[in-house]
Write a protein that binds this ligand. Structure first.
Ligand SMILES: Cc1cc2nc3c(=O)[nH]c(=O)nc-3n(C[C@H](O)[C@H](O)[C@H](O)COP(=O)(O)OP(=O)(O)OC[C@H]3O[C@@H](n4cnc5c(N)ncnc54)[C@H](O)[C@@H]3O)c2cc1C
Length: 409
């Protein structure tokens, strides 16, 4: 056993990316003792494009982190352009809810900013630590994690609440036995890469029957360009190789990208899209899920990071309320799940409808309008939240309900 075993934590979080690092930051800012572990390495990239919707930008602004995103050279995006076949509709980003632009920071930029904020707030963050299971007490309550530390040695650590922020294929969800409560039907396969010299300053989204593409201006003056299609067409296209598949899909969807004379990516990233979305039960005795671990929807609507940042806040508030004894833990966590589900339902079903490609060019704008309405609901809730220190009493460093209680693990 390593020294981790001896450290007492209120909350241990598995996964140090948008969901986990943001949850750790909010909890640590409120005075909780937090450990975050991740099996990857600090600053690693991950398979994901990274357009933030307004809700995600609102969260970064509320947390005082947006200036770091801008300072890293992430260009502000002041409009979205929707291409439906030959039709082109430009929608400006109206200033509102404390933000006047959107951003699509590389994950090598955003994730370290969140990790840094968690550490600055006092959370312990450990990379290279792989979680393999959960601890439980005699009553079956989850009381922490087991796994291997950075050197490969076995470790266990106890905590009052164990949070699974460990993404698709979550180990915490599996060992907690969190059932899927709502399942989507469709999954999109993506190929994306980073272009130099593309004169693009807005988010640009292209829709054609059976295919979609997107352009997101990002760091280093590059533009992230994805092409997406059904897994069936993806398999057919991939027979000729990934470069051919990408070029062919883009040629069908956004030929102006190929014609722009810009420098195409040297490296392409592939996501085969085998997994339709799900909403899992997000809470149980001693555990909770946040981000993709509990709620995954197809990336076609570019909303996963935004929702992860939203739910990090909602879960943290529930935990802080419980630790302060302001609400029964089970009720506080149930309220988190209820709010997550209420805000996610429309996003989830509309995303699944878009991911199905069972739409024509008259129908897809209507689906995107539904998505936009669901996003407004999310943004209204987030921007209306009082700062945590005003909404809930901060947890004193000398101890909280859990550390004083007789059953702290
Ligand atoms: C192709 C693609 C494109 C996308 N594009 C967008 C987009 O444009 N905009 C957007 O908002 N979202 C997008 N998403 C979705 C977005 O990537 C996810 O919603 C987001 O990463 C979820 O964050 P998370 O923190 O929940 O999980 P993740 O980012 O998946 O992080 C989970 C972390 O948990 C760690 N972990 C897992 N298991 C263990 C274990 N057993 N022990 C220790 N650590 C563990 C992993 O190493 C990982 O670092 C896209 C996704 C894909 C696949």
């Amino acid at each position: 056993m390593t020294s981790l075993d001896t450290l007492p934590y209120d909350v241990v979080i598995v996964g140090a990316r948008p969901a986990g690092a943001a949850t750790a930051m909010v909890l640590a800012r409120a005075g909780l003792r937090v450990l975050v572990v991740d099996r990857s390495h600090y600053g690693d990239d991950t398979i994901s494009t990274h357009a933030l919707m307004r809700g995600g930008v609102v969260q970064l602004a509320r947390w005082g982190l947006l200036h770091q995103v801008a300072a890293a050279g992430t260009p502000p995006v002041r409009g979205s352009v929707f291409h439906y076949g030959e039709d082109r509709i430009h929608v400006p980003i109206k200033p509102g809810f404390g933000v006047d632009a959107l951003y699509a920071p590389r994950r090598t930029v955003l994730d370290p900013i969140l990790v840094g904020a968690a550490q600055k707030a006092g959370a312990d963050v450990r990379f290279g630590v792989a979680v393999a299971g959960l601890r439980r007490d005699d009553r079956g309550r989850v009381t922490g994690i087991v796994g291997r530390d950075e050197g490969g040695a076995p470790f266990e650590v106890g905590a009052w609440i164990t949070v699974g922020a460990d993404g698709l294929g979550s180990t915490v969800a599996r060992f907690a036995g969190a059932p899927v409560e709502r399942a989507a039907a469709s999954a999109v396969a993506f190929i994306y890469g980073y272009w130099d010299g593309l004169p693009v300053h807005d988010y640009e989204l292209f829709y054609r029957p059976g295919v979609a593409a997107g352009l997101f201006p990002t760091n280093s003056d590059q533009v992230c360009v994805f092409a997406g299609t059904s897994p069936r067409r993806f398999r057919l296209e991939m027979r000729a190789g990934v470069t051919s598949a990408y070029t062919h899909l883009l040629g069908d969807t956004a030929p102006e990208v190929l014609a722009a004379g810009a420098r195409a990516p040297k490296r392409l990233r592939v996501f085969a899209g085998r997994r339709p979305g799900y909403l899992r039960q997000a809470i149980g005795p001693g555990w909770a899920l946040v981000g993709d671990a509990g709620y995954y929807k197809d990336p076609i609507t570019s909303h996963g990071i935004t929702d992860a940042l939203r739910d990090a806040e909602l879960l943290s508030r529930a935990i802080i309320t419980a630790v302060n004894g302001k609400a029964d833990e089970a009720l506080a966590l149930a309220a988190y799940q209820a709010t997550r589900d209420r805000l996610s339902k429309r996003l989830f079903t509309t995303t699944d409808a878009i991911a199905s490609f069972a739409w024509d060019l008259d129908q897809v704008p209507l689906l995107l309008r539904q998505l936009s309405e669901a996003m407004s609901e999310e943004v209204t809730l987030l921007s209306g939240l009082e700062p945590i220190d005003a909404a809930v009493e901060l947890v004193g460093t000398s101890g909280n309900k859990w550390s004083q209680g007789d059953s702290n693990p």
